[in-house]
Design a protein around this ligand. Structure first.
Ligand code: C5P
Length: 254
């Protein structure tokens, strides 16, 4: 049970001005390629191969910790949209400060862990409220690499779907309407929080290696479930021909 003083359904979305993106936009506007590389030359070599096909790139911890802000600035200078996936999770004051520091970078999306709780989430949303052209803030619900057995080991007896929904409702009532969730629970999220922006990793085209992901779906079924953006890493980055892999996925998304 979440104490009622923390979850109020009435909390206005502090990022409402950004709204849900148009579900009918082009597939290239919905595909986010995860640049999980150890250095900028490797990441930018992939960007070069996908230029003209892909418009969104995700910079996660591996690349960001290796390169700092420069890779984000380079991608922005080249006209790409950037999802900066730092999955922040700390005390409210620290996360609010981190939001203000990172907002200056010009990334288009930014993540915090919903499990940081309502006070932290509210502090994150409020810290961005004063920033001109703020990034879209996304709350990460349950990682797509977690299954029911792993949740049990950290003391959570709910299913991943139930727990993801609880975290999504906490994020929504803290003023955050962007969510990262598995495609498996996207349909339920869309039903309960229809105005939310859903970003789904755990995307695997038929026949692709699953790796460490647990709660997965194909590109077409993730979109059918109501996802607004698909995050795809290894099925593109580790493919023998990344441009060909990306174009297959974009065709399936159509
Ligand atoms: O290679 P793969 O397609 O599994 O990459 C998925 C990407 O999405 C990774 O960069 C990972 O950090 C990210 N991600 C995820 N699950 C979440 C949030 C982000 O897999 N819940």
């Amino acid at each position: 049970m979440v104490p009622s003083e923390y979850v109020t359904q009435e909390a206005p979305a502090r990022d409402a001005a950004q709204g849900r993106p148009d579900p009918n936009r082009q597939p290239a506007e919905k595909l986010i390629v995860a640049l999980d590389f150890p250095d900028a030359p490797q990441a930018l070599a992939l960007v070069d191969r996908l230029e003209g096909q892909c418009r969104w790139f995700k910079v996660g911890l591996e690349l960001y910790l290796a390169t700092g802000n420069s890779v984000v600035e380079t991608l922005k200078r080249r006209g790409f949209s950037v999802f900066l996936d730092l999955k922040l999770h700390d005390i409210p004051n620290t996360v609010a400060g981190a939001m203000r520091s990172v907002a200056r970078l010009g990334a288009d999306m930014l993540t915090v862990h919903a499990s940081g709780g309502p006070v932290m989430l509210t502090a994150a949303a409020e810290a961005l409220a004063g920033v001109p052209k703020p990034p879209r803030l996304l709350a990460v619900t349950v990682l797509t690499s977690m299954d029911a057995a792993q949740l049990t080991t950290i003391g959570i007896s709910a299913t991943p779907g139930e727990h993801a929904l609880l975290l999504a409702q906490i994020a929504a009532s803290s003023g955050i309407s962007g969510l990262v969730c598995s495609p498996e629970e996207a349909a339920q999220m869309r039903k309960i929080l229809p105005a939310s922006t859903l970003v789904t990793p755990g995307i695997r085209p038929a026949g692709a290696a699953i790796g460490d992901q647990k709660r997965i779906a194909t590109p077409a079924s993730a979109l059918a479930a109501g996802a607004d953006y698909l995050v795809v890493g290894r099925p593109i980055t580790q493919a023998a021909d990344p441009a060909d892999a990306a174009s297959h996925i974009l065709r399936e998304m159509e």
